[in-house]
Unconditional design. Sequence first.
Length: 213
Amino acid sequence: MRMRKKKNGAARMELCRELLVEAPENNKGNWNAYFQNDHSLHLEIGCGKGGFITTLAAMNPAINYVAIERYHDALLLALEKAMEQKLPNLRFIRVDGAKLEESFAKGEINRIYLNFSDPWPKARHAKRRLTSPGFLALYRALLHENGKIVFKTDNQPLFHYSLETFRETDWRLEHITFDLHNSPLNENNIMTEYEKTFSEKGFPIHQLEAYPV
Ligand SMILES: C[S@@+](CC[C@H](N)C(=O)[O-])C[C@H]1O[C@@H](n2cnc3c(N)ncnc32)[C@H](O)[C@@H]1O
């Protein structure tokens, strides 16, 4: 996500500190103890400005949410948005999705949302796509056996690539749509910032759900 460097970034981040888990590795295998409940744990990887996860967490107080973003300035905007509500069930971590296993134990995650993940169009960067086989293996190890991934994007090549990688690595796919906003699945849809921008430009939104088998 390209954005201008934020003014007073460090000071502003400090004001949001209570929502940022600075040493998430300390919670590995213990996120329920951290949240002080036995609720399910849902993640968004690459939360950007955080509109999606903040709305979702406000709607579902009985689910714990951890939003992951590796880019400081996007994370800052997400944190500032979340500070308006200070939801007890939503926390943020600044890590690279590739290092998820440092912060989460096997089977600890019940759901992963991937929203408008960077497409990395060049073949030589394919491994960086959040739906590349390497990432899917990582998610499989950390997802609960009844867990799932929900992936949406406006990027058609990335969506087709992802359909293939999920299928080739033995995930069961359900609720596939190439036009989310004109499908019955849209009833429960929460728009992300990217989704608003690209759907307003006329791009159809694609979505799938993937279950480990
Ligand atoms: C295209 S933006 C989409 C943001 C948001 N999900 C939305 O739909 O509005 C992708 C975001 O994912 C983050 N991201 C990309 N790869 C990541 C990774 N490996 N780990 C954590 N965040 C990542 C980027 O920094 C960026 O903020």
